[in-house]
Write a protein that binds this ligand. Structure first.
Ligand SMILES: *Cc1c(COP(=O)(O)O)cnc(C)c1O
Length: 385
């Protein structure tokens, strides 16, 4: 198999697994226990918290450990909204469902949400954000990099607008962490969501960076773990693995980005050269290092994924988190794509272990499969292939 769906999830790094194993075996203590088992687990969590904090240049006590990107986003939105005075929130029309669904719920609670549009490359205009802000605005949440088309937003511009108006700025950085150098102080970010399994760590663990001084209301109550912000016995092994994944991501960031870009650029060049009637979607340079997103007119994306899978290639039409209900991509819709363009879309996201020879094989198969599917396409006449 050739795995090209790294935006959906990544394999656990060998060194990460190695760090985790003792916590399933001898080191099974509850981190709240006073005895040495407990203290060992507690120290391991504090070490992981440092590794996570370090990756984004924050302080360890600004890191809230969660069950992943979804919970981090939910905590940022509900936690801030319920603690703040204003009742207006600004976000974008291309956010992940883990932002959009909480926003829908907040609308039902009486909050007003503004969804900032994007241009045809998936970029928000920070002027639109500035104009949307009212005296009631308590939060602006704009994703760092999009999970479907990979477009990177002008985060520093947006944070400046927010700070000039003393509004809290949150960013869903799940796709950007490890692939873009992120310094929350330099970028002026107040809250930031991270997910472990998108950076070669285990699933079911993540973090929300909350800048010191920002008030959030908790919604899980119990034993008072995580400073009372999220009760429940910590997922020690996963937290340790997440910490190690952050450390590795930081140490290897430069060479990882170069590797991903090289492979991805090779993929894009070959697809554009060898397959007729294809477009590359997203932004030409403000794009995350591992993302390639194409439209093959006349091809149904889901048929394409199945055919690719039969030929040993794992790919995606877009957001994996909502695959079970196949609906049209809200991201591509917001970018102004037609029904035919959305239907013909394919996302290929490379990872650390992909090679150029895998890319060559992928393009060969893709070329063959696209041709086969187009032969039966009802859009044959319309587009003339
Ligand atoms: C994957 C993803 C999430 C969800 O993270 P989980 O850890 O899977 O809950 C949120 N936002 C973006 C942009 C993602 O890509």
């Amino acid at each position: 198999m050739i795995y090209l769906d790294n935006a959906a999830s990544t394999p656990v790094h060998e060194q990460v697994l190695h760090e985790m194993i003792p916590f399933f075996q001898d080191q099974f203590g509850n981190p709240s226990s006073i005895h040495r088992y407990g203290r060992f687990a507690q120290r391991a969590i504090q070490n992981a918290r440092k590794q996570i904090a370090h990756l984004i240049n924050s302080e360890p006590n600004e890191i809230l450990l969660t069950s992943g990107g979804t919970e981090s986003n939910n905590t940022a939105l509900f936690g801030l909204a319920h603690a703040a005075k204003g009742n207006h929130i600004v976000t974008s029309s291309i956010e992940h469902e883990a932002i959009l669904e909480p926003c829908k719920k907040l609308e039902k609670e009486g909050f007003e949400i503004t969804y900032i549009p994007v241009d045809d490359s998936g970029l928000v205009n920070s002027k639109d954000i500035e104009k949307s802000i009212t005296p009631e605005t308590c939060l602006v949440s704009i994703m760092f990099a999009n999970n479907e088309v990979g477009t990177i937003q002008p985060i520093q511009e947006i944070s400046k607008i927010c700070h000039d108006k003393q509004i809290v700025f949150h960013t869903d950085a799940v796709q950007a962490v490890g692939k873009v150098k992120i310094d929350v102080k330099e970028l002026g970010i107040d809250m930031l969501s991270i997910s472990s399994h998108k950076i070669n760590g285990p699933k079911g663990v993540g973090a929300l960076y909350i800048k010191k001084g920002i008030e959030i209301s908790p919604f899980i109550f119990g034993g008072g773990q995580e400073n009372g912000m999220r009760s429940g016995t910590e997922n020690v092994a996963s937290i340790v693995g997440f910490g190690k994944a952050c450390q590795l991501a930081q140490e290897n960031m430069k060479q990882n980005i170069l590797h991903l870009q090289n492979i991805r650029n090779n993929l894009i060049a070959k697809v554009m050269n060898e397959i007729p009637l294809v477009t590359l979607n997203g932004h030409s340079d403000q794009r995350i290092a591992n993302n390639a997103h194409f439209t093959f007119l006349g091809v149904n994306g889901e048929d394409l994924i199945i055919k690719l899978d039969e030929n040993g290639i794992a790919a995606s039409t877009g957001s994996a988190c909502s695959v079970r209900v196949q609906k049209e991509s809200h991201v591509l819709k917001a970018m102004g794509f037609s029904h035919d363009q959305i239907a013909g879309s394919l996302r290929l996201t490379v990872g650390l272990s992909n090679t150029d020879s895998e890319i060559e094989k992928t393009v060969e198969i893709l070329k063959k499969v696209v041709k086969e599917l187009r032969a039966f396409s009802p859009l044959k006449e319309k587009y003339g292939f």
